[in-house]
Design a protein around this ligand. Sequence first.
Ligand SMILES: [Zn+2]
Length: 461
Amino acid sequence: LHIRLILVVCTFALTMTVQAEEVPPKKMKNVVLIIGDGMDDHQITIARNYLKGVKGRLNLDEMSVRASVQVLTIDEDNPTKPIYVADSANSATAMATGIVTSRGRIATSARADEDLQTIVELAHDAGFKTGLVTTSSVTDATPASFVAHINIRACESPQTMNFERRGVLVDCSRDQKANGGLGSISEQIAESDLDVVLGGGRKHFEMEQEAGEVTVEEMASASGFTVLHSKKALSDVHASERLLGLFADSHLPTKLYGEAGRVAEKPEPSLLNSIHWSLGEVELPVAMNCVDNPQYGETPSINLMTSKALDHLSLNNEIGFFLMIESASIDKQSHARNACGSIGELEQLDETLATVMAFAETHPDTLVMVTADHGQAAQLVPNQSLFSKLGIPVFTPGQLVRIKMPEGGEMAINYATNSFFAEEHTGVAIPLHANELGRPLIRTLMTQPEIFDVTRKFLGL
Ligand SMILES: [Zn+2]
């Protein structure tokens, strides 16, 4: 009995020791925030019609949580005054910091010019890994607002901290390194704690710093980044490296463009056209196909960049990560009145979403959100005006693209925000899609800074 008692005690002690050592593994918590720049419901509808047909569904449409997000902007000189249309700098700042600011500002407050802590900085300080993937220059407004702090978005490199553009003075001299500041956006990225930064913008890293000693790219290497310039280098690199990928001089080329490089054109009413004198006739732009952009070449897709970012961020990581992925040229091609360009970049975003959702399947604590930063100019309008039989020329005062649709028929897209060479943003509320994990945190109508709150709460920051 004595021996049996000792045995029982020993077994009990052993069990206790084993139990004490069995610390449950930490659950990785991740947030992937996908931003379609300028991707309002008009841009989504146009792309869905072209890519999947009018009854088709994008990957976006399979997400279970759907909300509408009010975009907020304030006036630089009078921060109590609302402005009803945003730019990418102030809207990305709202998502990155939870604070509403004025147009053109990168994670700094309106008028007071105070630096605002970003979700990337908060997450890094709490031990999370962080990454940014974009098709724009990595120094462009959306990615910049997650990592840098500067009063004007155009201050992307040491050489562009004080210059004149279109008659306006761009002055970031307060933030110049020589004046004790954090430096230009590229310098701030080079010295950041980000684990992965992939996109374009090589030219902003090739210039020497103010001291004239090393380039910003050399500065990034010195602070621990492996700098990549090609799709092959990205495919070959080991997942453990901290990555700075710069795959184009400026923004990455788009996948699609309009046949023969055509963009929107002005309809020609008969009164203005000597060939057609019959009153009421309008010559609309000839319908076109969307075709592959020959300049795309060996550009890495958002999908490839995202796969690499996910490999890196999830490797030996028990805490989790924050990753922002941007399809930037939905917006840029809408400015340029190139509907095919915007459609191709929305397709890239949607393909990437499939990769992210597959990752979330195997890493169940991954909150996936897809949203836009602001509305854009492109409008889906009637291919033939309802008023075309009135006997007077009826036509848009804007410019039209008419696209031959893969399912048959034609789709007309109108651009009419101004007469200048570039279209402008619009002030419509933008969509937010999320996977089921977002349900307790996302309300039907939210404001843009609340996207920051959702991320912070989910990661427990
Ligand atoms: Zn824009």
